[in-house]
Ligand binder design. Structure first.
Ligand code: NAI
Length: 700
């Protein structure tokens, strides 16, 4: 039952009932229409109330129908809205909890709206690169005024019902009831009070204009474009609202809205945002771990190591109200680590992002210790000590000795073998990788590294913990670099070849930043510390002596140019600032290197730079998928969007490759393989990629 029908005296009540948020899927739309017809035919019924069961009026479209025929099947939302408007009996929306997207558009078609306090009201379509396509851009400005409506439509943000009800002159809500509990009684009374009112008021008949006319809309469009450079939707929301204010007939405004909506529906930006919306949800599902796997209790957390990562990791839990015990080797290290955490919180307080009392509450959840004995009650222990297998061994042997049975033992290692770490304990089933990204209290991504023996309930629990601390978690198998860093190594290697062949670091960075990356590879190296990559390469030279690398990064490190932390790297930095200033000495160093290698520099265009960088990610990702290191292509996109600054509007490397066409991607790779200064072996298309192209398929 997706909507129920009841009669209370002379008022019919149609209750949307499609958990969790009464999404307006096909069955719900059908049941709603059936309820309206029944009420229309019953002579005893004088008025109709539409409401929602559970915690919401309606959250709008049913996301499970996205991309299926059901989404637009009749009766579609337009038809439902017309039927509501055409009802000869007054229709009252009784709104509470959540009233968003199509739910708000449905309520705007009703003759009256009664609302409970605390209800979140929004048209969030812009967040998926769309605009409200069922009259929202035409009706909301008529009840709230152009500016307030545009603010909601362009931002997609929710506004509380009591705030809207208090806006002078608003016509969205006819009545704000005293409490959610009082909603139905008051909505029924309201429906009776308007049972005989004729003609019935319709939002479509209200006027819509802005005193500054087109000048205002031009201003709003410029603002929208400036704020969302690579997304067409916000500016097109302005176009749609302008149509509401300027078209003579309401119906013409609706046509304009529909045209703009259709354009956005097919835009690569919206396709990418919708892909990510589902990719993020899908990431938490692990193919062989049932959704109802019982979880282990996680009420107390311990973090070992109060360095760069340990402090940030601890903050995530404190922010979520979970007590943390932090262990270090020396009191000074504790004091330094806690000092950094305090500085971070204090900066948030100064910026008004955190209240002083909240900050104190959070810090009160933190205890520190030098003794492993204090970890014996912890449910989850996360190790973030030096990246050295000997140090990790000592830590995990101690943890094995003191941790309570069933405690989860996690390592934040970024390169070491989680299976090896698990083998230092007698409980490898309880060991898992939790690879946070720096700064750990800010970055949303968490790679959950599944060891050979990691128990399913440990994985399920860690995924739930990730949600609690507001991380987007992706499961990765054990391999060097897991998903993200394994791919980035190929990308950075290409960046090196590009400068060998004729680019400057600034040229490479600019090209990929224009493509949309938050930061190019050389600025990224300077931020992370060039010494980190240097250490990894030194290991690679021993493990894979035949692997090709540009040596420019090593030369840079030999000069001590480790990056921002020392004020110089690929670029120069002024203390306290992050601006990257090109350095002539570095450019000369690169030129000398080319000479020593006998390379005649050539001019390389942005297109080649971008393709070599991005397709190197794609090829490595295809290997990762085939090896089962990632469960699905969309997981890799999530890793790159949330952990590596890949442009959101391109939906991640594999979504981008799909859009570009895998045939074209492989053709480019074959071209790159001909370049004597590049790595021909690397550019052999991964078998999975070659297979997909042969079968005319794309990454699923
Ligand atoms: P760090 O050097 O800033 O901090 C390590 C801390 O661990 C130091 O405070 C040290 O005193 C403490 N420590 C060392 N041995 C210890 C022991 N036996 N018992 C207790 N405390 C001990 O290092 P960072 O950068 O925080 O890295 C920690 C781990 O996180 C490493 O495994 C690293 O690979 C990983 N990681 C680092 C990232 C980064 O960007 N820095 C990103 C992701 C993972």
């Amino acid at each position: 039952m997706t909507a129920s029908y009841q009669v209370h005296g002379d008022v019919a009540v149609v209750t949307l009932n499609h958990p969790p948020v009464n999404g307006l899927g096909l069955a719900t739309r059908q049941a709603l229409v059936a309820g309206l017809e029944k009420a229309g035919q019953d002579a005893a019924v004088k008025a109709i109330v539409i409401t929602g069961a559970g915690k919401a009026f309606s959250g709008g479209a049913d996301i499970t129908e996205f991309g299926t025929d059901k989404a637009f099947a009749e009766p579609n939302l337009h038809t439902v809205i017309s039927l509501v408007e055409q009802s000869s009996k007054p229709v009252v929306a009784a709104i509470h909890g959540v009233c968003m997207g199509g739910g708000l558009e449905l309520s705007l078609a009703c003759h009256y709206r009664v609302v409970a306090p605390g209800c979140s009201v929004a048209l969030p379509e812009v967040k998926l690169g769309l605009l409200p396509g069922a009259g929202g851009t035409q009706r909301l400005p008529r009840v709230l005024g152009v500016e307030a409506a545009l603010n909601m439509i362009v931002s997609g943000e929710a506004v509380k019902s009591e705030f809207i009800a208090g806006m002078p002159g608003q016509k969205l809500f006819d009545k704000l009831v005293s409490s959610p509990e009082a909603l139905m009684d008051e909505a029924l009374a309201f429906a009776r009070s308007v049972a005989d009112a004729r003609p019935l008021p319709l939002v479509r008949n209200l006027p819509c204009a802005h005193p500054q006319g087109d000048a205002y809309f031009q201003f709003a469009r410029n603002m929208a474009r400036g704020m969302a450079k690579n997304f067409p939707a916000p500016a097109m929301c302005v176009d749609a609202v302008q149509a509401a204010a300027t078209k003579k007939k309401f119906a013409d405004g609706l046509v304009a809205e529909r045209e703009l909506f259709t354009q956005l529906m097919w835009s690569p930006e919206s396709r990418s945002l919708r892909h990510l919306f589902f990719a993020e949800r899908a990431a938490s599902k692990i193919p062989d771990v049932p959704a109802d796997t019982p979880l282990r209790k996680i009420e107390k957390v311990a973090v070992i190591g109060a360095g760069t990562m340990g402090g940030g990791i601890a903050m995530n839990f404190l922010n979520a109200g979970v007590p943390v015990t932090m262990l270090e080797m020396k009191q000074e290290a504790i004091e330094r680590g806690v000092g950094v955490m305090r500085k971070n919180y204090e900066a948030q307080v100064r910026k008004g992002k955190l209240k002083q009392d909240k900050y104190e509450q959070r810090m009160a959840l933190l205890t520190t210790t030098l003794s492993y004995d204090d970890l014996k009650d912890a449910d989850l222990i996360i190790e973030a000590v030096f990246e050295d297998i000997g140090v990790k061994e000592a830590v995990f042997r101690q943890l094995d000795a003191v941790a309570r049975p069933g405690a989860i033992l996690a390592s934040n290692t970024s390169t070491l073998d989680v299976n090896k770490i698990a083998a230092f304990t007698r409980r490898p089933q309880d060991v898992v990788g939790m690879h946070f990204f720096s700064p750990a209290n800010v970055m949303k991504l968490l790679e959950v590294v599944r060891g050979e023996k990691t128990a399913k309930d440990v994985l399920a629990t860690v995924m739930a913990v990730a949600k609690k601390i507001r991380k987007t978690a992706v499961v990765a198998g054990v391999c060097d670099g897991f998903i993200g860093n394994r791919m980035i190594e190929q990308y950075v290697r290409q960046a090196g070849f590009l400068i060998d062949e004729g680019c400057t670091p600034a040229q490479v960075d600019k090209a990929i930043e224009k493509f949309g990356f938050a930061m190019g590879p050389f600025r990224m190296g300077d931020l992370a510390g060039n010494d980190i990559g240097w250490a990894i390469r030194k290991r690679r030279y021993v493990e894979h002596p035949d692997m090709k690398y540009s040596k420019t990064a090593d030369l840079l490190c030999e000069k001590g140019r480790f990056g921002q932390k020392v004020g110089k790297g690929w670029y120069d930095y002024v203390p306290g600032k992050r601006d990257a200033i090109p350095n002539a000495e570095v450019v000369a160093m690169i030129e000398d290197y080319r000479k020593s290698e006998g390379i005649t520099p050539r001019k390389i265009g942005d297109e080649e730079i971008v393709q070599r960088l991005v397709f190197s990610l794609v090829n490595e990702a295809a290997h990762i998928l085939e090896e089962g290191i990632a469960n699905k292509a969309s997981d890799i996109d999530v890793v790159y969007i949330f952990g590596y600054g890949f442009p959101v509007y391109r939906g991640g490397p594999l979504n981008y490759a799909n859009e570009f066409g895998l045939f074209n991607v492989v053709a480019a790779m074959r071209r790159f393989a001909q370049n004597p200064h590049d790595d021909a072996a690397f550019w052999q298309p991964a078998p999975l990629l070659a297979r997909l192209v042969a079968e005319g398929k794309h990454f699923a």
